[in-house]
Design a protein. Sequence first.
Length: 107
Amino acid sequence: MQCVTAKDLDCHRVWIQNWLSLMPYLSATSSLNLDHLGKQVLEFFTRESSFDEAQRHFARDDGVLVRTAVIAQLHAGRLFSRDLLTRPWDLDTRFLRLSSVGSHAPQ
C-alpha cells in the first residue's frame, strides 16, 4: 500500500490544479465526437507547440474544441507538457507528441 502525504500533494500542486481546471473541457464535450479533430491535432504536434499555435493552425475550428482535442490527447497519454508540471496552464502552455503511450502522472 502506498500512502500519499501532504508533502507529496504539495510537490504536485500545480499539476493537480491544472488537471482540475482542464477536466471540465472533457466532461463538457463528452457527447461530441472529436476523434477526427483529435487525430489532426496529434499530427500537428510533430514539434513542441502551444495551445495558441494549435488554435491558429486550426483557425476554421472553434478554439474551445481545438483546446479540448489537445486536452483529450494529453489525457490519452499521446501528448505531454512539461509546462503543466511547473506553472498554471494558459494559451502559451506547450505540448509535445509522445512517440509511445506515456504516463498520465508526473514523475
